[in-house]
Design a protein around this ligand. Structure first.
Ligand SMILES: [Zn+2]
Length: 213
């Protein structure tokens, strides 16, 4: 999952690897989220099907949808109820080729406390950079998809309040690294809050240099 994908089959394998890694690392419970990738050379994307288990994904678990109108291609399976979240973001961000949407506990918890998730380490700063916040809307709704697509014009990582996160990447590996670093930053923030610390962050002057470098 660290190389650019060249075929639709390889993309499905990369997404399945991400699903396994997300569950094994405790980032998410077995079915808390969904994964997608834009198909190379086609105006289509694949997204995990409804009711799939992230750590047991096989090729048949992915639905193929058309980017222009969201039409389901190839019949089965029924896409995740959250397919519009992926669809609208791909439309808003032509440079994004993969989206990892997960329900990681610390990111959702810290955000729900109305505390900013703080970037502490170089990896947090490098991969996450900035975090958008999407107000709560029912999962699967047009409102959630539109609000997330709006934030996606400003950030590669966003928290969907009381729900989960959406991490974008030019490839599957980058989208996953961003999601993983968001949750690590949120876990660090949670620990800092327990310690009574509300100020520690990655040095602002170095963050500015990363942005320009
Ligand atoms: Zn979700």
């Amino acid at each position: 999952m660290h190389q650019k994908a060249s075929t639709a089959g390889e993309l499905r394998v990369q997404l399945a690897d991400v699903g396994t890694a997300a569950v094994r690392s405790g980032l998410v419970l077995a079915s808390g989220g969904n994964l997608s990738a834009r198909l190379p050379g086609a105006e289509e994307f694949v997204v995990t099907g409804a009711g799939t288990w992230l750590d047991q994904l096989v090729a048949a678990d992915f639905s193929t949808l058309r980017l222009s109108d969201g039409a389901l291609l190839d019949g089965a399976p029924t896409p995740s109820t959250e397919w519009k979240l992926h669809w609208r973001t791909y439309q808003a961000r032509p440079d994004v080729n993969a989206i990892v949407h997960l329900h990681p506990q610390h990111a959702v918890l810290v955000d729900a406390l109305n505390e900013p998730i703080r970037l502490i380490t170089l990896d947090h700063a490098n991969y996450v950079r900035s975090i958008g916040r999407v107000p709560y809307h029912p999962n699967g709704s047009d409102e959630l998809a539109e609000a997330a697509a709006l934030q996606a014009t400003l950030h590669n990582v966003m928290v969907l309040t009381h729900h989960g996160c959406s991490a974008l990447g030019e490839d599957v590996g980058m989208a996953f690294r961003r999601a993983a670093n968001l949750e690590e930053a949120a876990t660090a923030t949670y620990r800092l809050l327990l310690l009574g610390n509300r100020t520690l962050t990655f040095p602002v002057e170095h963050l500015a240099r990363l942005h320009h470098g």
